[in-house]
Design a protein around this ligand. Structure first.
Ligand SMILES: Nc1ncnc2c1ncn2[C@@H]1O[C@H](COP(=O)(O)OP(=O)(O)O)[C@@H](O)[C@H]1O
Ligand SMILES: [Mg+2]
Length: 636
């Protein structure tokens, strides 16, 4: 559980930051929808930057045109002209402020709209990902793409991106204005700036390496906290608190060390830049003053020096900021890269063309498709010849020599052959890890088989559209997932068009009706936090009701009663028996008493069916099942 260290850090091997061009292009692609707005934003940025520079240049006019003549030549002060110029200068600044206001307003809409689109795309793509993806990606890791990565991206679009543009424009326009005002002073200024840049680059280069270390240490610390929080019960049970704290302290020390090193340099950098900035001010004032005095104002007027000093500030200030802005820009792009990584993950493929159709079946067994709800279903099978055949949905499942492994190195199931006729109950027993759950994962095509064939109602399941295949299969698992919403909503999750009455009927069938009516608001009680205020048995009853409302011909019950106490199990078992009636059922259970009445019991061992038959015949065989049943061997 270590999310942080797996993050795509925006650094290359040498600890230098690298820009993720691909992600930048895609972010810009999203922004394209707001093209007109962004052009307006660019104009606003330009107006604001230029207003700042032009305003500053008026300082020269004020000094040289209105103040120097009074002081030097003893002319009468022109108050009206001075006031006019000052007012004009002020209105230019006000204009700049107004442009900034417009820019920010438009940027908010553009960035929020873009983020909404990105979140929508991310979520809808996530829904198309295969189970395999979720096996190999951690929950926390996926979550962080919705939270921290989108946050940094938001920051980037809303402020960093315009800031970088604005800084670039301000630097350029100030530089031009400086050149116009005084070429020699511009060179002096450039020299100082280059020196400062050179120094800060050397320092930044060193801190880059430590930033990588900091990221890694932070990731480890976060992973550890996450593990400890989710496993708090285990920590307490095994009295591991002190050990955990000690471990945390170690990781925290490591983080502190790396962060100190990383930030030491970063924090040295800023004050140095700041102080050198002041130094530049002083040097420019001396050099400018000297030129102005020595040439008697011919080469450089007093007003020009004053306005140059101001301009040099407008030049170095964004220059100081831009490297930080570029850093956060690169960081945000790395976050965007992680979002796009999920979006680029391959969707679950579905080339099935056999679909489920609502049909009418007349007395002669002729099947005709129907537009209205008939409650009868058939597989609609278009053939290469253009002919369409219909096969009634019955729930017959057959395996022929199926081999399967989650990855190539390890084959989990070997040569599994079996069949379940409609309405039959097939049980799988065997030790943990024998491959029972895996078999059920293949029936609903969470995974595709390596070799062999699986048929549903005689049709190869690879030909059946996945959504229809899964609609014809119900599942009740050991872990129940409830969603935020009312009890009724949670039952209706099984089939969205079920009426309230149908949901209540399903709850009654499952035996859940009794406890639901005891809840404060009955069926309208809101479940939150995965139903943590319900007992395990109650949660299981809800999931049985959910499966019942879907009313599929085939049911898979995987250790559904394993985490329930024996007394509650009796109630849940009654619900399950009702649910199983008239369906093909695959049942996996720890307690052999629950599978005893199955039509056929398969004993699995290391992915191989070693025995099969009904309870009596297996007992008579005196094999593994017999030993399990009589307690000579334990299941675990
Ligand atoms: N998602 C998975 N990825 C890789 N291996 C898995 C996965 N799920 C199960 N396995 C492996 O497959 C084998 C069978 O597991 P499973 O079918 O869950 O056993 P059972 O349900 O009988 O306890 C085990 O060795 C397990 O480690
Ligand atoms: Mg299992």
């Amino acid at each position: 559980m270590n999310n942080g260290s797996r993050r795509r850090a925006p650094y290359d091997e040498k600890g230098k930051m690298k820009l993720d061009w691909g992600s930048l292009k895609r972010v810009l692609g999203y922004l394209k929808a707001y093209r007109a707005r962004l052009v307006a934003v660019a104009v606003c940025i330009l107006v604001n930057a230029i207003a700042g520079v032009v305003g500053t240049m008026f300082l020269r006019t004020i000094i040289d045109g209105y103040i120097t003549p009074v002081l030097k030549d003893g002319m009468a002060p022109d108050f009206a002209g001075l006031t006019g110029t000052i007012l004009f200068m002020a209105s230019i600044y006000v204009f700049g402020v107004f442009a900034t206001f417009l820019q920010n307003r438009m940027m908010v809409t553009a960035s929020q709209g873009t983020l909404k689109k990105i979140r929508d795309d991310l979520f809808s793509h996530m829904q198309t990902l295969p189970i395999r993806y979720f096996d190999t990606h951690q929950y926390g890791d996926l979550m962080s793409r919705y939270t921290s990565d989108t946050d940094t991206l938001e920051q980037m679009i809303m402020s960093t991106l315009p800031e970088v543009c604005s800084s670039a424009i301000r630097i350029t326009s100030a530089f031009c204005a400086m050149l116009i005002t005084s070429v020699p002073l511009t060179f002096v200024s450039l020299f100082i700036v280059t020196l400062v840049m050179f120094l800060s680059r050397r320092i930044a280069g060193r801190s880059g390496r430590h930033f990588v270390g900091q990221q890694k240490a932070l990731g480890e610390l976060n992973g550890y906290v996450e593990e400890t929080v989710s496993g708090q019960k285990v920590v307490k049970v095994f009295c591991h608190e002190e050990k955990a704290t000690e471990e945390f302290r170690k990781k925290n020390d490591a983080l502190c060390r790396e962060a100190t090193n990383a930030n030491k340099f970063a924090n040295i950098l800023m004050p140095i830049m700041g102080n050198l900035g002041h130094l530049q001010y002083v040097i420019l004032a001396i050099v400018g003053g000297a030129i102005a005095v020595s040439t008697g104002g011919a080469a450089l007027t007093l007003g020009a020096v004053a306005s140059f000093l101001q301009l040099s500030r407008s030049f170095t200030m964004p220059l100081n900021q831009i490297s930080g802005q570029i850093n956060s820009f690169i960081m945000a792009l790395a976050g965007a890269g992680r979002i796009f990584e999920v979006m680029d993950a391959e969707s679950e493929e579905d080339d099935g063309y056999v679909t489920l159709a609502n049909v009418n079946i007349d007395e002669d067994g002729v099947i005709t498709e129907s537009d209205t709800k008939t409650g009868k279903w058939a597989w609609r099978h278009p053939h290469g010849t253009g002919e369409i055949t219909y096969t009634p949905l019955c729930g017959k499942v057959e395996f022929f020599d199926v081999d399967f492994g989650y990855n190539e190195e390890k084959i989990v199931l070997h040569n599994i052959s079996m069949y379940a006729k409609p309405g039959q109950k097939v049980a799988f027993v065997g030790a943990t890890g024998a491959g029972k759950t895996t078999i059920t994962n293949l029936i609903n095509r969470f995974y595709d088989i390596a070799d062999g064939k699986i048929r549903y109602d005689g049709i190869n399941i690879n030909k059946i559209r996945k959504s229809d295949l899964r609609r014809s299969l119900g599942m009740v698992l050991q872990d129940v997932n409830l969603f935020t919403g009312t009890v009724m909503d949670n039952i209706r999750y099984g089939r969205l068009d079920a009426t309230d009455d149908e949901c209540v009927a399903a709850a009654k069938l499952a035996g859940a009706d009794g406890f639901i009516r005891m809840l404060p608001e009955g069926y309208s009680t809101v479940i939150s936090g995965d139903g943590s205020d319900l007992s395990q048995g109650q949660r299981q009853l809800l999931s049985i009701a959910r499966a019942a409302v879907a009313d599929p011909p085939v049911m898979i019950l995987d250790e559904a009663t394993s985490s329930i106490d024996t007394r509650t199990e009796m109630i849940v078992q009654r619900g399950m028996d009702a649910l199983m009636k008239g369906r093909t059922v695959f049942v996996i259970a720890h307690r052999l008493s629950t599978v005893k009445n199955s039509d056929v019991i398969m004993v699995l061992d290391h992915g191989v069916i070693i025995e099969r038959g009904d309870h009596e015949s297996l007992i008579a065989q005196k094999g593994q099942y017999y030993r399990l049943y009589t307690g000579a061997v334990e299941l675990e």
